[in-house]
Write a protein that binds this ligand. Structure first.
Ligand code: PMP
Length: 416
């Protein structure tokens, strides 16, 4: 196996005079790993996929049938670009349960939250504009910023997420020119670190966004997957208590991790001037999100099944996470430290002795276990000593066994 292939650049082809960011684009390093996932006996901690055993297949089948039976024409016809009014209402209610005050008109339905971020970048970022992003970061957000031609500047994080004091100092020292336009963060059960930003830091971040007039992008697909600890409201929920802050927060939600990614239902809540432009951008992107999918999602949400489903998946993720951490604590060598997330899908591990996680990956794949080496989550200078381990997909027994195999790969030559 040749790991360099994970970072392969496409060969530039000058005949087509590609736009600059597409001349030699970097593909997703995680998608490259998927070819190993199907190997017999492989236990994968690599994907950020929800568990296939935990989908509410019956509930969704019922929602799909009800949607189609009740109103086939709405399901089959084009719909409003901003989304079906009924789904927007259901999503506004869902946001109410997350302590966010919003009306259906404030919600834009997107084809996955990934599309939402893309639409936002189209409205805000011209090539060369500066965008801030926490580091380590969700790779598809980095990729989207790269393809938008952004000047990407990273923001330091610690075990609790963005170091807001360091960010304030970074902004204090900023030259007048090239002021950042936005800051992207996953503040709750972050991908990849699993970290959750404490409330006080959320409030400080809001004040900073208002003062510096930077759009604060809160990407929140995992927030409801809490299995322990005290809930922290989304940044958007805290914005009402910070004068002017509602004008500076863009929130992305998604049903992908809490219901099913195949629905491709996400949503955005943005200040009106931004929201209106995102809708224009969406007109040229996909005209509308699949009405069949939207109607299915609406019936599912309105059936009240989500609360019960969330309890069941959060419980399953808790046991999987605990099984993984137990095996790591028992079998992994001393030079490995790992996080203990309160929810979400990810454990973040670090090799304190300076070894490269990509080397460990080779040995892990030989032992039929996989993870994503941390370098995939960095913009420029990767920290090669980290590993992202997703406990969502394997069963509890597999999570334990996979972590035992991983510990064996980690134990190999544990002193560099
Ligand atoms: N944001 C983050 C942080 C994610 O991890 C993911 C999915 N891996 C997404 C956005 C994309 O979600 P969606 O399926 O809603 O496009």
């Amino acid at each position: 196996m040749r790991l360099e292939r994970l970072e392969r650049l496409d060969t530039p082809d000058e005949r087509y005079r590609f736009a600059a960011p597409f001349r030699a684009p970097q593909g997703s390093p995680i998608r490259e790993l998927f070819k190993y996932v199907g190997r017999p006996g492989m236990i994968s901690f690599a994907g950020g996929y929800p568990s296939k055993d935990l989908f509410d297949r019956e509930g969704l089948a019922h929602a799909l049938h009800t949607a189609y039976r009740n109103d086939p024409i709405t399901c089959l016809q084009y719909g409003d670009t901003a989304g079906s009014p009924l789904l927007r209402r259901s999503l506004a209610e869902l946001m109410g349960a997350r302590e966010v005050n919003c009306s259906p008109d404030d919600v834009i339905v997107t084809t996955g939250s990934q599309q939402g971020f893309d639409l936002l970048l189209r409205t805000l970022i011209a090539p060369g504009d500066t965008a801030l992003i926490e580091e380590p970061a969700y790779p598809a957000a980095i990729q989207a910023l790269r393809l938008a031609g952004a000047n990407i500047v990273t923001v330091r994080t610690d075990r609790d997420g963005i170091d807001v004091d360091a960010l304030a100092a970074q902004l204090d020292a900023w030259p007048q020119a090239g002021r950042p336009k936005l800051l992207y963060t996953v503040p709750t059960f972050a991908n990849p670190t699993g970290a959750t930003l404490p409330r006080a830091r959320r409030e400080a971040l809001l004040r900073l966004a208002v003062q510096r007039q930077i759009v604060l992008v809160e990407d929140d697909p995992y927030g409801e997957l809490r299995f322990t600890g005290t809930p922290v409201p989304p940044i958007l929920a805290l914005a009402d208590a910070c004068p002017g802050a509602r004008d500076w927060v863009v929130y992305f939600g998604s049903l992908s991790k809490i219901v099913a990614p195949g629905l491709r239902i996400g949503w955005a809540i943005a200040p009106a001037p931004i929201a209106r432009r995102m809708i224009v951008a969406k007109q040229t992107s996909d005209l509308c999100t699949s009405p069949l999918s939207q109607e299915t999602a609406r019936h599912y949400l309105d059936s009240g099944s989500l609360t019960l489903h969330l309890r069941s998946i959060a419980g399953a993720y808790r046991s999987r996470c605990e099984a993984m951490l137990k095996a790591l604590a028992h079998f992994a060598p001393d030079d490995v430290e790992f996080s203990a997330p309160e929810g979400g899908m990810f454990v973040w591990a670090r090799l304190t002795g300076g070894r490269d996680a990509a080397d460990v990956l080779k040995r892990a794949i030989e032992r039929n276990v996989m993870f994503v080496p941390g370098h995939a989550f960095y913009v420029r200078e990767p920290d090669r000593s980290s590993l992202r381990l997703s406990f969502a997909a394997p069963s509890e027994a597999e999570a334990f066994e996979g972590a035992r195999r991983l510990a064996s790969a980690l134990s190999y030559n544990s002193t560099p």
